[in-house]
Ligand binder design. Structure first.
Ligand SMILES: Cc1cc2nc3c(=O)[nH]c(=O)nc-3n(C[C@H](O)[C@H](O)[C@H](O)COP(=O)(O)OP(=O)(O)OC[C@H]3O[C@@H](n4cnc5c(N)ncnc54)[C@H](O)[C@@H]3O)c2cc1C
Ligand code: SF4
Length: 502
């Protein structure tokens, strides 16, 4: 029986982040472990309200009040079991999820302080490692059916684990040199150290999942070959087509790059350096893309932009501006616009924002300025108003508001336009829709029979928690398609959307 008064005795508290000067001198995670005492105290704040809206906020349907109470009473092994019943990779979501569950927590009504659900989750996930490691489940009797998973991000990996545990032979194909999708080379180590991925991969391998890296499906192996070798195929190739701004004057200048080029280059040198101080980041052709000593301008206001900000400071940038087209959001939920328990539009301060840099809201780039040699030396911006007319976004510059910011390195973090156009699509006979995503039927199959889709490739650029939920659900559909015994859990269907007021 949970403590009904815990939230009256304890305020919401998170562990202190590592001090800024210390953490920007290395690439280690920003948050230290919370420790048992704080974690149990915070879990005690969950009153088990009876109608846990947090379940609906979490696409995985994590059994939050159950594991909060198990942590409160110190039943760590049972908490580990309960959490893994719905989430294959809580060490990823516990570190990286924006926690829509917390926005839906009953304690958050009327501006209250929700339970620190995500923090409790990561502590349980880490307890699993501390208490004997991520033990592989016993391999079941083989079904004789085999599945190819294309793409090794959280969607592909969740599906692979579910299918292997049901007895199917699973091979994950990844074109990169390492498994993990955006977790590996997109998201910096200060948000997710890579040993968490490696530990989980060891578990998947022990459960029978085969990994083939450096294989670009559609190029190194054809769709026809894959279909001949396997009974079903899951496409989980992500939504990695970065949005660009070709119409902005000066876009072709040296020093103007896609944000992902910067992040991947930085993450690769960190991976190569291990714990040592990494070398300068370069593109695959050797072009430097390091922020050391440079004035950096990051265009965009989301996760990717914040990650570039944190990387730029760790690389030793001289100064950083982060530009956002939209006005500064409010600090607290506007209940008329986003009533509880929906996800509110509020100012989100990532740890990277306390590390330095200046955020500039309601501005748009008018020109990337040439230094006369073809290298960018500045960014000319104007204050703007943004409105929606007939479903279209109209951006109007304010006359006389233009000014120039110094810039030796400009990073475009202005979103993604769906999955990449690549040979695999045509070979499998699947198309991108108007948003660049690949549609799924209610049973997760694409237009091609026996070819399923999940994660960002289906949903468009989204979140890890959605990728895992879709991977689990697609695995359930593939299991049924292959005539597997019993049912696998399917937390979402392809049409499922986040909680919304209308
Ligand atoms: C910089 C950045 C930071 C982010 N931070 C967060 C965060 O803090 N929290 C959060 O919840 N979400 C975050 N996200 C979003 C999150 O990473 C994605 O929603 C999630 O990784 C999607 O998982 P996925 O498995 O669908 O695809 P991905 O992780 O994109 O993996 C797709 C994989 O498919 C591979 N692939 C593609 N084509 C082929 C092919 N032809 N053959 C073989 N392999 C192929 C790719 O190489 C890639 O490894 C972030 C995204 C970015 C870009
Ligand atoms: S996965 Fe995300 S939404 Fe679900 S319980 Fe964890 S933090 Fe909350």
């Amino acid at each position: 029986m949970p403590d009904p008064n815990g939230f009256l005795r304890y305020d919401r508290r998170l562990p202190a982040r590592r001090p800024v000067p210390v953490r920007i001198s290395d690439w280690r995670e920003v948050y230290p472990p919370a420790g048992e005492e704080l974690t149990r105290e915070q879990a005690t704040r969950c009153m088990d309200c009876g109608i846990p809206f947090c379940h609906d906020g979490c696409p995985l349907g994590n059994r939050i009040p159950d594991w909060n109470d198990l942590v409160r009473t110190g039943n760590w092994d049972a908490a580990v079991e309960s959490l893994h019943a719905t989430n294959n990779f809580p060490e990823f979501t516990g570190r990286l999820c924006p926690a829509p569950c917390e926005a839906a927590c009953v304690l958050g009504i009327g501006g209250g302080q929700p339970v620190t659900i995500k923090q409790v989750e990561v502590e349980i996930a880490d307890a699993a490692v501390a208490r004997g490691g991520l033990r592989p489940r016993p391999v079941p009797a083989p079904t004789g059916r085999s599945v190819a998973v294309v793409g090794s991000g959280p969607a592909g990996l969740a599906a692979a684990q579910q299918l292997a545990r049901a007895g199917h032979a699973v091979t994950v194909y990844e074109r990169d040199d390492a498994i993990g999708g955006l977790l590996r080379y997109g998201i910096p180590d200060f948000k997710l150290e890579k040993q968490h991925i490696d530990r989980r991969l060891a578990q998947l391998a022990a459960e029978g999942v085969q990994f083939r890296t450096g294989v670009d499906v559609g190029v190194d192996v054809t769709a026809e070959q894959l279909r001949a070798e396997h009974d079903a195929v899951l496409l989980a190739c992500g939504a990695l087509q970065g949005r660009d701004t070709p119409e902005t004057p000066g876009r072709q200048l040296r020093g103007v790059h896609q944000a992902m080029a910067h992040l991947v280059a930085a993450n690769r040198v960190v991976a190569a350096a291990g714990d040592g101080r990494p070398a300068l980041a370069v593109l695959p052709d050797g072009t430097p893309i390091d922020a050391a000593g440079k004035h950096v301008v990051i265009i965009g206001g989301g996760d990717t932009a914040a990650d570039c900000l944190g990387v730029a400071h760790r690389q030793g940038a001289a100064g950083v501006h982060q530009l956002d087209l939209y006005p500064e959001p409010p600090q607290t939920r506007d209940a008329a616009r986003d009533p509880w328990p929906t996800w509110p539009w509020v100012l989100r301060n990532y740890p990277a924002h306390e590390e330095g840099g200046e955020r500039v809201f309601a501005v748009a780039v008018q020109e990337f300025v040439d230094d006369g040699t073809g290298q960018v030396k500045g960014v000319r911006i104007a204050e703007v108003s943004v409105e929606k007319r007939d479903g279209r976004r109209i951006v109007t510059p304010l006359p006389g508001s233009e000014r120039e910011l110094p810039a030796d390195l400009v990073l475009l973090a202005i979103g993604f336009e769906g999955t990449e156009q690549q040979p695999l699509l045509e070979q499998f006979g699947v198309r991108r829709n108007a948003w660049g995503a690949v549609d799924a039927r209610p049973d997760w199959q694409t237009d091609a029979d026996g070819v399923f889709v999940a994660g960002d490739m289906h949903r468009g650029a989204s979140l890890i928690v959605w990728a895992i939920a879709e991977g689990r659900a697609a695995a359930a559909a593939i299991h049924a398609y292959l005539g597997g015994v019993g049912e696998l859990p399917a937390p979402v269907d392809p049409a499922r959307q986040p909680l919304a007021a209308r």
